[in-house]
Design a protein around this ligand. Structure first.
Ligand SMILES: C[S@@+](CC[C@H](N)C(=O)[O-])C[C@H]1O[C@@H](n2cnc3c(N)ncnc32)[C@H](O)[C@@H]1O
Length: 163
């Protein structure tokens, strides 16, 4: 929105669209921690693509596609994406896997592509039902190495600035 002519700035979304593919013991024992949890209805990625296409049409350079949805296990697809697009510089990454393994693997994969000042958002830091995301954040970046920012009116999302 702020850079409508910047066709190099893209949104890339990764999800299985089939829910959690696997669980690690570091994810704890909450009842939502189950293989397949958060699966979508069949073909949801196509519906989401239609919505994103609609948004794209509002862009002044709508003939250039500036989003991508990548279906599959992000522990594999994020690495493949970065191998196929080695020029990638990441300004903002939002983590909402809820789980230890994909958060850890994908954080490690994106670090070489982060610019100084990049924002990394998290949906489940300090969340009792999803301890794995905080564990992955701690192991890769370190809880006591970053100031964690939150909106005072919304306790769920948080972010750090990568320095
Ligand atoms: C709480 S949902 C959030 C979905 C979406 N961000 C939203 O707000 O509607 C967690 C998502 O993480 C996805 N997920 C968990 N592990 C994954 C993995 N290894 N690879 C890709 N997606 C994964 C699940 O499929 C699920 O859609």
């Amino acid at each position: 929105m702020y850079e409508p002519y910047n066709y190099t700035r893209k949104i890339v979304g990764f999800d299985t669209f089939e829910g959690f593919p696997h669980i690690d013991e570091k994810d704890g024992k909450s009842e939502i921690i189950q293989k397949g949890a958060y699966s979508t209805t069949a073909g949801y990625e196509n519906y989401l693509s239609e919505i994103l296409n609609y948004h794209e049409k509002q862009s002044p350079i709508s003939h250039l596609k500036k989003y991508e949805l990548i279906k599959g296990d992000a522990t594999k697809t994020v690495k493949t994406y970065l191998e196929d697009n080695p020029e990638t510089i990441i300004a903002f990454a939002y983590f909402d896997f809820d789980l230890y393994e994909p958060t850890k693997v994908c954080l490690e994969a994106i670090i070489p592509h982060l610019t100084k000042g990049a924002v990394i958002g998290f949906d489940e830091l300090n969340c009792h039902n999803f301890p794995g995301e905080t564990k992955a954040f701690d192991e890769v970046l370190g809880i006591n190495k970053y100031k964690i920012y939150r909106d005072r009116n919304n306790p769920v999302p948080s972010y750090i600035i990568y320095e």
